[in-house]
Design a protein around this ligand. Structure first.
Ligand code: HEM
Length: 167
């Protein structure tokens, strides 16, 4: 397949068309990367509250508590943060290369709203992690069991919206 050469000196119009030509050539690869990234992000969003359930029951300063601090930091920094960033970038690159998708697509607007709620939940988990790090968590393990349901419900709604497209 001939690659469309991208050069900065081209006029906006022509640059635009060769850029979107490349993106549409690779659209399915971008979508595949999108799905891989969202699976990794969801895995972290479902696992981190589970770690908090055990951490809330561990004695502050204990070996278990210190081990969980390392696991939580690595999960958030090495998996969840990069996966969330790649999910967002690939999602908006697909919209950028296929602007027709946004027109009248209530499902996509609703989906993006729920995804921002998911990102807000990600941010909240990051705040909770910092509290555990300094042994300042005040929430019970029951609270985190309940929290574990939030990403599950949001994920189910998001996948129904993007696959079924009910409106
Ligand atoms: C702001 C973040 C996101 C944006 C902008 C976005 C946008 C998109 C777009 C434009 C598509 C391609 C639709 C098409 O080609 O017809 C897509 C596909 C998809 N998205 Fe997202 N998405 C985001 C986050 C997520 C999240 C968090 C999930 C799941 C929890 C998700 C699940 C999916 C799935 C399963 C597909 C494939 C659908 C298919 O092949 O028909 N997306 N997304």
């Amino acid at each position: 397949m001939d690659q469309v050469p991208l050069c900065d000196t081209q006029q906006d119009g022509r640059k635009e068309s060769s850029m979107s030509a490349v993106l549409s050539d690779y659209y399915l690869w971008i979508k595949a990367l999108h799905v891989v990234a969202l699976i990794s992000w969801m895995a972290g969003l479902l696992y981190l509250p589970r770690l908090f359930v055990y951490h809330a029951q561990a004695e502050p300063g204990s070996e278990l508590s210190e081990t969980l601090k390392i696991m939580e930091r690595k999960l958030l920094r090495l998996i969840m943060n990069p996966a969330m960033i790649v999910t967002f970038i690939t999602g908006f690159v697909m919209i950028g290369s296929n602007t027709g998708l946004m027109q009248g697509a209530g499902w996509l607007h609703a989906k993006i709203t729920l995804v921002f709620l998911l990102a807000g939940f990600h941010g909240y988990l990051s705040v909770c992690r910092k509290k555990f790090l300094v042994d300042a968590n005040t929430r019970s393990h029951k609270f985190y069991r309940l929290m574990n349901e939030v990403p599950t419900v949001l994920m189910i709604l998001i996948v129904i919206l993007v696959i079924v497209r009910p409106f």
